[in-house]
Design a protein around this ligand. Structure first.
Ligand code: FAD
Length: 320
């Protein structure tokens, strides 16, 4: 047996969440005293041997023009065929857009049990029990996968990007690529910003900011912190900010190392998208705002006074 980790990439660069998935898969391989193998689909500019630093012993890379876009059905068929070829028993994805779209298809192809959104290593003392978050992160479920092949998607930021030393070897893999099931007509990418789903730090604003004209201070704070910007749903609904910045139950779900919520009340639907953040800082003028209950640090104060001072203090600290 072996553990196969799917390495997600974007525009030729490996995604941060993939390093965490690699480290997680390598830790599972260690539990079973076997090898951690990685699979990369498409052309990649990054050095793939670096995956050895996350416990991968061998990277398989399959190249084909159709891998430039993620077609979930094509990816699922190709990955399932590679799993069979390499006789892998555990397949690990990151619980990102790609992982969420592709992993279920792989599980179907392999008649494998799937745990989506794992947050800890499997407990193998009695079966293969994987802990996962449920009810938007409000509770945990323990799921025993009983099929011979097991598929897991790992919640980003739940295991950590654990490093070791080592170099992975890279081998080209010939794969049969099925006909595309969808045709991509155009791709519009947001450029010049830190992508929200990949960001280490996110500065987010809510209705407390009164209007779009006040977003300069959010952007200034995000700029000094090299952070992405986000917002609550009413802010996007009112077109103060673009919809791709809306986080929460019905928006993007994120798990950065630091989430700074400014003028956001902390409604349950908002928390559902951000409560996996490592550290939450809340700035709100209402000491009774529900968000303070979920916060690691809170500042009770007027955002229009607090935020510019915070930005200036960070700027000064960085200039020393
Ligand atoms: P408000 O609730 O109006 O809160 C504004 C906050 O700003 C208040 O706490 C106030 O004290 C504070 N404030 C005001 N002035 C200042 C100041 N000068 N300085 C500092 N603080 C100040 N919401 C989401 O965000 N994401 C979702 O995905 C989402 N999905 C939903 C799905 C459903 C089915 C439903 C019913 C609702 C959903 N909502 C979602 C809406 C959610 O219930 C809340 O209405 C929303 O999150 C509130 O946004 P807000 O905190 O920005 O605004």
């Amino acid at each position: 047996m072996s553990v196969l980790i799917f390495i997600d990439q974007s525009d030729g660069h490996l995604k941060k969440a993939s390093f965490e998935a690699a480290a997680y898969g390598a830790a599972i391989a260690k539990q079973f005293n076997t090898n951690a193998l990685a699979l990369v689909l498409g052309n990649v500019a990054d050095d793939l041997t670096q995956l050895g630093n996350y416990g991968i012993s061998k990277v398989y890379q399959a190249q084909n023009d159709s891998f430039n876009h993620v077609d979930a059905l094509v990816f699922a068929q190709v990955i399932a065929a590679v799993v069979k070829q390499l006789e892998a028993s555990v397949v690990v994805f990151s619980h990102t857009q790609t992982g969420k779209a592709v992993a279920p298809g792989v599980a179907v192809q392999l008649k494998a049990g799937l745990v989506a959104g794992a947050c800890a290593l499997p407990d193998t003392t009695n079966g293969f029990v994987v802990k996962k978050t449920v009810f938007s992160g409000k509770a945990f479920a323990l799921v025993n996968i009983t099929t011979p092949i097991k598929v897991i998607t790992l919640n980003p930021n739940s295991f950590g990007v654990q490093t070791t030393t080592g170099n992975a070897t890279v081998e080209a893999l010939d794969v049969e690529v099925p006909a595309a099931s969808v045709k991509i007509l155009a791709t519009n990418k947001v450029s010049g910003e830190v992508p929200l789903s990949e960001a280490d730090i996110v500065v987010s604003g809510g209705r407390g900011l009164k209007g779009p004209e006040n977003w300069g201070m959010i952007e200034d704070l995000a700029h000094v912190l090299h952070a992405a910007t986000a917002c609550s749903r009413p802010v996007a609904d009112a077109h103060w900010r673009p919809h791709h910045e809306h986080v929460g139950q019905t928006g993007v779900q994120i798990a950065p190392n630091l989430y700074i919520a400014i003028g956001i009340s902390g409604a349950i639907q908002h928390l559902a998208g951000v409560n996996r953040s490592k550290t939450i800082v809340v700035i709100n003028k209402d000491p009774e705002a529900p968000f303070f209950k979920a916060a690691d640090y809170g500042i009770v104060g007027d955002a229009f006074e607090v935020v510019p001072k915070l930005t200036a203090a960070i700027k000064e600290m960085r200039s020393k």
